[in-house]
Write a new protein. Structure first.
Length: 174
């Protein structure tokens, strides 16, 4: 299993976050429930592999941490939306560790509800979130038509050849 660490995002990470979101999402703009936010400006956590605890007999280049995951959140009063979650090491626990970091932070901050939106085509995400205790609370039918007015680059067809049409809202009370 690959060793990695989770840490809060810092101001110096913003450029990396912007490039990462551009690469993974096609933009830094995230649209959810009819509102747009810029993911690279949001708080969150990142996962790093390597870095400080690498053995001393490796080169400086090999000693540098490799960023392998990101989670961003949009904070409201007593609730927090998880806006993005990405892992470059699928099935290695990176995504779960990032979610756990947000859940721990939320409890300490007095946040009562964590929530997120996925699209109807993202069956793997639906499975991932439900396995971690998030419950489906609403299906916002045809919400993606409104989202496309804000962010026209949202594709018509998504994962598994499914037409992207609806937003599925999940939540976990913490």
């Amino acid at each position: 299993m690959t060793a990695f660490t989770i840490r809060p995002l810092e101001r110096s990470d913003r450029e990396w976050v912007a490039h990462f979101l551009d690469e993974r999402w096609g933009t830094t703009q995230i649209v959810s429930r009819g509102k747009a936010v810029y993911g690279h400006l949001l708080p969150g956590f990142m996962a790093e592999r390597g870095g400080a605890d690498v053995e001393e007999d490796v080169s400086e280049k090999d000693r540098q941490a490799e960023n392998i995951g990101l989670i961003t959140v949009h904070i409201g009063e007593k609730e927090c939306e998880i806006t993005t979650l990405d892992s470059l090491d699928e099935s290695m626990g990176v995504g779960s560790a990032l979610v756990e970091a947000v859940e721990n932070w939320a409890q300490e901050a007095g946040i009562k509800r964590l929530w997120l939106v996925i699209t109807n085509d993202n069956l793997e995400a639906l499975k991932f979130w439900q396995k971690r205790g998030y419950e489906l609370v609403s299906v916002h039918r045809n919400a993606i038509a409104d989202a496309r007015r804000i962010k026209p680059q949202i594709p018509i067809t998504g994962l598994n050849g499914i037409t992207i049409r609806d937003e599925i809202e999940l939540e976990k009370l913490v």
